[in-house]
Design a protein around this ligand. Sequence first.
Ligand code: GTR
Length: 333
Amino acid sequence: MIRFRKAIPCLAAPCLAATALLASLATAAQAAEWRGWNIHKPGYPNTVAMDKFAELLDQKSGGKITLKMFHSGTLGTQPDAIEQVRIGGLEIGNFNLGPIGPVAPEANVVSLPFIFRDMGHMHRALDGEAGDRISAGMAEKGLVALAWYDSGARSFYNSKKPIETPADVSGMKVRVMNNDLYSGMIAALGGNPSPMAFSEVYQSLKTGVVDGAENNWPSYESTGHFEVAGYYSLSQHLIIPECVCINATVYDGLSDADKALVKAAARESATLQRELWAKRAETSREKVIQAGVKFNDIPDKAAFQEAMQPVYDKYLGDNPDLKPLVELIKGTK
Ligand code: GTR
C-alpha cells in the first residue's frame, strides 16, 4: 500500500518566500504572450488601433495578457498569416475578410461585388444577424472575430486611362487579392485578373506586369500605388470589412472574464480605428489628388452591377445554403 506523507504546514519565513516565488512563477507561466500580424505601415489607422488593442489588453488584464504586434506584413503575406492564426502559429491578426473568404464561405459573402450599398449598410448588416452568421462560419474554421474594423470602399485604379464603363476594364491586367470571387469579378468585366500579394503590387504596377489594381483611398495612398497608377475611378465595387481575429483554441481556453476583457479591448480599438479611418480616407484622397492623380466619379454603376451576375451565380451555385445570408444582407435596411 502506498502511504502519503502528511503535508507540512509552511509557516517559516524562508518557506513562505519560496511559496510566493513559486506562485509568481506559476502566474508568469500562465501569462499569455500573444503575437499579432498586421499588414499596414506605422501611422495607418489599423496600425494605430492594433497598438491600442495591445495597450488595452495589457492594462485591462493587469499585465496577464500581452500582445506583441508585428506591423508592415513582416510576418508574411495575408493568406499565410490567416493560416497561421487558424493553426495557432500566431494568436492574433487584423485581417481583411477578402482573403478569409476562401477559408470560410460565410465570410465570402462580403466579397460579392456591390452587396453593400454603402458603409452604413455594411455596419448594420455586420452588427446584426448577418454578422453573427459570418462570425460563426469563421469560428468553425478556427478564427474568432473579436471586432470589426472599417476598410472603406474599393475602387479601380490603373496606369492607362479613366474607367467609366465595364468596357474600359476589358483587356486590362488587374491585380486582385487571393480569392476566386475577385478573379471572377475582373473576368466578368472582360479583364485579366492577376492574384498577387499586397507587397508585390507597387513593383508590378511600375514595371507594367499589371495595368491596374483596386483598393480604398488610404491603401492607394499609403502604398504609393498612386505614383505608378495615376487614374483612380470611383467604382466602389467592394465594401469589405476587416476583423481583429484570434485563434479559436486560444480564445476558447480563456475564462469568461478574460473573454469579455479581450472583446472589450478589441471593440474599443475598433471605435478608434473607425474614427481614424474616416479622417484618413479624406486626407489620403486629398493627398493623391494634390499629387496629380486623375480621379473620376462613376455616378451610374448599373452596368458594373449587372455585369456581376456570373459572380453571384458561381458563389450561390457553390454554396446554395448561403442564399438566405445573401438575402438577409440585401434586405437589411
Ligand atoms: C487593404 C487591406 C489589406 C489588404 C490589402 C490588399 O485595403 O486593408 O488587409 O487586404 O488591401 O489589397 O491586399
